[in-house]
Design a binder for this molecule. Structure first.
Ligand code: APR
Ligand code: ZN
Length: 249
């Protein structure tokens, strides 16, 4: 990709980070692209290229063919085990350590279902769309160990014998309340919002940056192209997560 932000914009973003008491990062699929995790639509390749997202990522798809849906998420969870956090994840984790040592705060709100922020050493405040690892019971509150997501055969709940399902939010489902509350609080309360790699079209998550904009909080966006959220940004860096984040941090 031959995109490069201006030096002035990089310096402005770095200065906003340096002056902030609380930096909140809001990440989407682009955050993990350079780790080799395909975005949702790119992901429907190989074995899965003949399926539609509605067959694989909706409650209707699950009820129609739970083994098929389980297999797709199992593949994604298996693939996740083979990739690593990129320089963008590392830079955010490093900033978190530095700011904590100064008595300041970094928070992370992600739409991603991977664990790459955590593996880079960050604590994630909210996984708005759940996680590929650690399935949950479709009926009771039981949540399985991360590795159970790699099971070849769709597992049953040890508590109630209903089926376990991926612990992700499908199209048409409500976001988990705890995650939503934590995400709103972080975005409303931060002194700088950094948006990375999200198209900003999947609601309700895409509405969260508006909370910062309404509070007058400065917003930095990292995305090689313009997104639905670019108009809210104080500074838009037309670059990738792994290139821009180490630069501004
Ligand atoms: N660095 C930064 N941004 C990137 C990079 C990169 N290396 N590569 C791509 N992008 C940008 C794209 O330009 C695009 O704007 O990342 C964005 C990815 O957009 P989407 O694929 O729509 O991902 P996201 O916004 O996270 O989707 C939201 O929709 O698929 C569902 O539940 C899923 O959480 C997901 C939600
Ligand atoms: Zn159960």
């Amino acid at each position: 990709m031959t995109v490069r932000p201006s030096r002035a914009d990089v310096a402005r973003a770095a200065e906003l980070i340096r002056d902030a008491e609380h930096v909140c990062f809001f990440s989407g699929a682009g955050m993990s692209a350079e780790s080799g995790i395909p975005t949702f639509r790119d992901g429907l390749t190989g074995l899965w290229e003949n399926y539609r997202p509605e067959d694989l990522a909706t409650p209707e798809g699950w009820h129609r063919d739970p083994d098929l849906v389980w297999g797709w998420y199992r593949d994604r969870a298996t693939r996740l085990r083979t990739v690593q956090p990129n320089a963008g994840h590392q830079a955010i984790a490093e900033l978190g350590r530095r700011m904590r040592a100064d008595g300041r705060r970094v928070s992370i709100v992600t739409q991603n279902v991977d664990d790459l922020h955590e593996r880079a050493g960050s604590m994630v405040d909210a996984h708005l769309h759940g996680s590929l690892l650690g399935p949950r019971c479709e009926f009771c509150p039981y949540r399985g160990e991360p590795d159970l997501s790699l099971a070849a055969v769709r597992p049953s709940c040890p508590k109630c014998s209903s089926s376990l399902r991926p612990n992700v939010v499908w199209f048409g489902e409500v976001l988990p309340e705890n995650e939503w509350t934590a995400a709103s609080a972080a975005i409303e309360g931060c002194s700088l919002l950094v948006i990375i790699g999200t198209s900003g079209v999947v609601h309700p998550a895409a509405g969260l940056p508006m909370l910062a904009a309404e509070a007058g909080t400065p917003i930095v966006e990292v995305n090689p192209v313009r997104s639905a959220l670019t108009d809210l940004a104080t500074v838009h860096l037309p670059s990738t997560a792994a290139a821009a984040l180490p630069d501004i941090i």
